[in-house]
Design a protein around this ligand. Structure first.
Ligand code: F6P
Length: 357
């Protein structure tokens, strides 16, 4: 029997989305009689009925392509229950369009926000399967999300390049990496790139402890220091403020990002020359690394198997070397923070990397 599969990609893009789409589609065509409906720009397309039937040829030659061939958008979960521009409930509209497309299931590729909406749609009776993507690697129940390892490669390359110029000039270099709520990317790239200090949202720091590292290195005649900081890192004072107050304080601050502030503070405290570097969305761009192509393909093919078995309300995950399916209701929106006693944070401390605490 033919199965009509709707696919959408939602939230911030990342490398590996096209490889995952390809995995779902190729395995579906291979395993059963499949028809694919591409939904444009994430949940926006599902709410507004912006979709089209896709041909098999449209999924050729996309394995290595960055971004997403389906487009994406951010529709915050908090606004999902509200009315759309015509005054209709967005969830009702999505259910209506799902029926209009005559879908047997909906495959959603996204991060925590996407998973929360996917779980809600599943509770509302739709057949939904999730695939976890994000460079932040902060989705509960899976060791890794696709996109993460590519971003780690890019961020590590940034730190490597910063190393040589930092050493030549004897400067403190503060490299600000993506991760508003989660420090996985900064932790991995910081360790891989040989950073001296790693500052994460999970471990509020003390700028004087960071300054101690810089001063100690100067005493050892190491005149440069590399600091990897996640964009959402905060000092101890900020961590006690609560999110709204902290964001307001940042908006009023003369520094346009955390790395600028840290560089200025260290110049002041240590009397050194400091610079900040913000690679920004470069970390989400370009072709996926081999690991992400493999993981995306594994998630995609496992999702196709779930469709074949009519096993819905789940999201794909990797645990050790196994690909598994976690119930959406158990993991949707559940954060996966870096833990102080986790293996990599422990290894980092063991080689004398400071977390500024
Ligand atoms: O995809 C996650 C993420 O990269 C975060 O690390 C970052 O804060 C956010 O997206 C920024 O995304 P955008 O600028 O696209 O809203």
């Amino acid at each position: 029997m033919k199965k009509r599969i709707g696919i959408l990609t939602a939230g911030g893009d990342c490398p590996g989305l096209n490889a995952a789409i390809r995995g779902v589609v190729r395995a579906s065509y291979h395993m059963f009689d499949a028809e694919i409906i591409g939904i444009r720009d994430g949940y926006r397309g599902l709410i507004e009925g912006d979709f089209s039937r896709m041909e098999e040829s449209q999924f050729s030659n996309i394995l290595t392509r960055g971004g997403t061939i389906l487009g994406t958008s951010r529709t915050p979960f908090s606004q999902m229950r509200g009315p759309n521009s015509q005054g209709f409930d967005k969830i009702d509209e999505m259910k209506r369009n799902y029926r209009a497309m005559k879908l047997d299931c909906l495959v959603t590729l996204g991060g925590n926000g996407t998973h929360k909406t996917a779980s809600l749609l599943s509770e509302e009776g739709l057949n939904v399967i999730g695939l976890p993507k994000t460079i932040d690697n902060d989705i509960a129940g899976t060791d890794y999300t696709f996109g993460f390892h590519t971003a780690v490669e890019i961020a590590t390359d940034v730190i490597d390049r910063i190393h040589t110029t930092a050493a030549s000039h004897g400067r403190v270099m503060v490299v600000e990496l993506m991760g508003n709520k989660s420090g996985w990317l900064t932790l991995y790239a910081g360790v891989a790139g040989g950073a001296d200090v790693i500052l994460l949202p999970e471990f509020p720091y003390d700028i004087h402890k960071v300054a101690e590292v810089v001063n100690e290195r100067v005493m050892q005649k190491k005149f440069f220091t590399i600091i990897a900081v996640a964009e959402g890192a905060m000092d101890k004072e900020e961590s006690e403020m609560g999110r709204k107050k902290r964001e307001a304080a940042r908006t009023e601050s003369p520094y346009n990002s955390i790395s600028h502030r840290i560089a200025a503070q260290l110049e002041e405290i240590c009397g050194v020359e400091a610079r900040s570097v913000v690679p920004g969305h470069i970390q989400r761009g370009g072709t996926p690394c081999a690991y992400d192509r493999v993981l995306s393909t594994e998630f995609g093919t496992h999702a196709a198997r779930m469709i074949l078995e009519d096993h819905y309300g789940v999201t794909m995950a990797v645990k050790g070397r196994s690909i598994i399916a976690n119930p959406l209701k158990d993991v949707a929106g559940v954060a996966k923070p870096v833990l102080w006693d986790g293996p990599l944070a422990t290894s980092a401390r063991d080689i004398n990397i400071s977390f500024g605490v």
